[in-house]
Design a protein around this ligand. Structure first.
Ligand SMILES: NC(=O)c1ccc[n+]([C@@H]2O[C@H](COP(=O)([O-])OP(=O)(O)OC[C@H]3O[C@@H](n4cnc5c(N)ncnc54)[C@H](O)[C@@H]3O)[C@@H](O)[C@H]2O)c1
Length: 264
């Protein structure tokens, strides 16, 4: 079997100190990709680099991606550690808050600032080099909330729907330059972000989230990482502008279980 990634491919993965970002970085490293981890949390980032270093060539830069100079910091760290950015995974994100009539203006802005605007700015910064080299794979981590209306998720949903629209625009603008752009839209995966979200809701909400879909479990980080690894690979060169839902079929179906009891 041929390798899915050419030798020496370099990837930037944001929000990689934990959760999905760490899982994505781990998966890319196991496939021979060099990875630059980006995160706002220097302590967890340091631990993660140490833990992942046995898998391959990994480096890290700690930066708040909402800061104006963040893209330049990341591009410079990538130049030192990767050589080139062949793959960009815009994963860093924060969760949503509440109903539209209760959401605070500042929270609304903060969610969209990181989840959408920071992803846009980092993508803009890496594009010129990708265009020069006529190669790039951009993978944006969206959410099922960006595809379907969910309650108490307006700020988050808008940020993720915007990211999906950005993905399609990138696909249209840069296909002629050898660059693909796709989104992965996970359902609930038990990371710190999801745990915080579920802790603010009644217990039955978690159960409904598991039961009301064809595949009756929560997602694993590895489920998402596998989808990202495919879209980031050399062999996905004919796939662009897509949003791949990794959500157990939740957004694709209106699933009514045989019975809604404590038994599976
Ligand atoms: N976990 C889920 O159920 C789920 C579902 C759908 C989509 N997502 C998306 O997946 C992505 C990762 O989520 P997760 O569940 O791993 O969350 P998480 O909270 O576990 O991890 C997010 C990471 O981003 C980092 N981060 C936060 N603000 C940052 C900033 N300003 N600059 C740089 N780094 C910053 C955090 O330090 C953290 O390490 C997010 O975009 C999220 O919206 C998650």
């Amino acid at each position: 079997m041929t390798e899915r990634f050419s030798a020496g491919r370099g990837a930037v993965v944001t929000g990689a100190a934990g959760g999905l970002g760490r899982g994505i970085a781990e998966r890319l490293l196991t496939e021979g990709v060099q990875v630059l981890l980006v995160d706002v949390d220097p302590d967890r980032l340091g631990d993660t680099v140490v833990e992942l270093s046995a898998l391959g060539q990994v480096a890290a830069v700690s930066v708040d991606l909402t800061a104006p100079d963040a893209p330049a910091t990341v591009v410079s760290a990538a130049a030192q550690n990767l050589g080139s950015i062949d793959i960009l995974v815009n994963n860093a994100g924060i969760g949503g808050s509440t109903h539209v009539h209760e959401v605070e203006e500042q929270r609304w802005r903060d969610v969209i600032e990181l989840n959408l605007h920071a992803s846009f700015r980092l993508t803009r910064a890496v594009l010129p080099d990708m265009m020069r080299r006529e190669y790039g794979r951009i993978v944006n981590i969206a959410s099922m909330n960006g595809m379907t209306g969910f309650r108490r998720s307006s700020d988050y949903a808008v940020s993720k729907a915007g990211l999906i629209a950005l993905t399609r625009s990138l696909a249209a603008d840069y296909g002629r330059h050898g660059i693909t752009a796709n989104a992965v839209a996970p359902g609930v995966v038990m990371t710190p972000l999801a745990e915080r979200m579920l802790a603010s809701r009644p217990q039955w909400y978690t159960r409904a989230n598991i039961e009301l879909k064809p595949i009756a479990r929560t997602g694993e980080t590895a489920d998402v990482a596998a989808a990202v690894a495919y879209l980031a690979s050399d062999e996905a060169g004919y796939v662009t502008g897509q949003t791949l839902a990794v959500d157990g079929g939740l957004t694709a179906t209106h699933y009514v279980p045989d019975q809604f009891s404590d038994e599976r």
